[in-house]
Ligand binder design. Structure first.
Ligand SMILES: [Fe+2]
Length: 114
C-alpha cells in the first residue's frame, strides 16, 4: 500500500518481528505555540518484536518501505468510534482486491496513457 491516511482515527500496530529493513515511514504534522509556522517531521520507525505503536491514522501520512530480505509481521488494530465509522466507498475494494478507486479512474493503476 502506498502513502495513505487511515480511515479510522486511532491505529495501533503490534510488531511481531524485529526488522532492520522496511520501516514505517511517517509524515507527522507538527506545530508549537512559540512558532509561527507548522512543519512536517519525517520519521522512520523500524519494527521491534513486541513493540506497540499508536498513531492518529487520519492525521499521519504513512506507508511502509518494502521488505527485500526479511519477513515483517505486524498486527493492525483500527479503532473506530461509534459515531464516526466513515470509510470511503472504494476503500475495501482497493485494499483487499486491488481495484483502483473510481475517483482516480484507470490511471490509478499507474499505466502510462496519453
Ligand atoms: Fe495505514
Amino acid at each position: 500500500m502506498g502513502l495513505h491516511y487511515d480511515t479510522n482515527g486511532i491505529t495501533v500496530l503490534l510488531f511481531l518481528t524485529t526488522n532492520s529493513e522496511a520501516p514505517l515511514r511517517m509524515q507527522v504534522q507538527r506545530s508549537h505555540p512559540s512558532k509561527k509556522d507548522s512543519w512536517v517531521e519525517n520519521r522512520k520507525i523500524y519494527a521491534k518484536k513486541g513493540a506497540l505503536l499508536i498513531m492518529q491514522g487520519r492525521k499521519v501520512l504513512h506507508d511502509s518501505e518494502p521488505t527485500v530480505n526479511e519477513q515483517k509481521l505486524s498486527v493492525v488494530y483500527n479503532y473506530y468510534e461509534r459515531h464516526d465509522t466513515y470509510r470511503h466507498e472504494d476503500f475495501d475494494n482497493f485494499v483487499y482486491y486491488g481495484r483502483p478507486p473510481k475517483t482516480l479512474g484507470d490511471n490509478a493503476r499507474g499505466e502510462d496513457r496519453p
